[in-house]
Design a protein around this ligand. Structure first.
Ligand SMILES: Nc1ncnc2c1ncn2[C@@H]1O[C@H](COP(=O)(O)OP(=O)(O)OP(=O)(O)O)[C@@H](O)[C@H]1O
Ligand SMILES: [Mg+2]
Length: 252
């Protein structure tokens, strides 16, 4: 019962936050003077990062290996916490956030991994349905939402197949369906095309672009400069933990 009251309170809170965001033009993601060190002996993974990403943006994050791209993504998902600075995502102040509140933040975002992270002994439908089941959606809601997500990524015919029966590109499309099934306001994808054939990379980014066109903010980490040029979106470039460029229209 307590949990139930809690959920309603959080639901109302998040609607309020949404209204405040729209009215005030607040960024969906804001980093203020953020630094992150994994070890005092090493140079920081991120150093004094200041950035604003707005609702509806599509942002590529580029930079060489070790530049801090994954750290940036993990801070947004609150998989890591900063040593200094403030991070606000979807109206949540992450520094003050209690551990028990993290699931509420995560429900507002979809996460896509380089290595897909599908559950091998579950079919495509169940992989996509998994998070909906965790939050207690009804069978009818699950069927409707999963079918819609699979249709969007063009995998309606593969719902009963298992991950090992799919190509890399198809597996990543399942990863995308899973990320978008709960209609998140934000999708974070860390090298989603890293394990996919180059020609299929464009298929994945086309889908992300389509999801973005429908209103979801997308932050995508990538190594692929050609792809960034071709899509001509905002590009944040990290080097040694600092933002060295923030360009419009795919300039890398
Ligand atoms: N869990 C960790 N523990 C210690 N050091 C870490 C950890 N994760 C990352 N680092 C270090 O932080 C720095 C930034 O790492 P990060 O993973 O953010 O880079 P990246 O830009 O994503 O690189 P890549 O392109 O290779 O994925 C690197 O020097 C890395 O070794
Ligand atoms: Mg990385």
């Amino acid at each position: 019962m307590l949990f139930c009251v809690d959920s309603i309170r959080w639901g109302v809170e998040s609607i309020k936050r949404e209204v405040i965001d729209i009215e005030s033009g607040q960024p969906l993601i804001e980093f203020k003077g953020v630094s992150k060190s994994y070890s005092p002996k090493e140079p920081p993974a991120l150093h004094d990062v200041n950035i604003k990403i707005y609702k509806g943006d599509f942002v590529f994050v580029v930079g060489s290996s070790g530049a801090g791209k994954s750290t940036f993504a993990k801070l947004i998902m609150r998989e890591e916490t900063p040593n200094t600075g403030e991070i606000i995502v979807n109206g949540y102040k992450l520094a003050q956030m209690k551990k028990r509140e993290v699931p509420y933040l995560r429900r507002t975002m979809g996460i896509v991994f380089q290595d897909f992270r599908l559950i091998q002994n579950m079919n495509v439908f169940d992989n996509v349905a998994f998070t909906l089941r965790v939050v207690g959606a009804s069978r009818q809601q699950i069927r409707r939402k999963v079918s819609h997500a699979l249709a969007l990524v063009g995998l309606g015919q593969k719902a009963r197949n298992f991950p090992q029966e799919l190509s890399g590109g198809e597996q990543q499309r399942v990863g995308l369906a899973r990320a978008l099934v709960n209609n998140p306001s934000l999708i974070i994808a860390d090298e989603p095309t890293g394990n996919v054939d180059p020609e299929l990379s464009y298929e994945i980014v086309d889908l992300l672009t389509e999801i973005n066109r429908r209103g979801t903010t997308v932050v995508m980490v990538t190594h692929d400069h050609q792809l960034v040029r071709d899509y001509a979106r905002r590009v944040i470039m990290l080097e040694n933990g600092s933002i060295v460029a923030d360009n419009a229209e795919g300039v890398v």
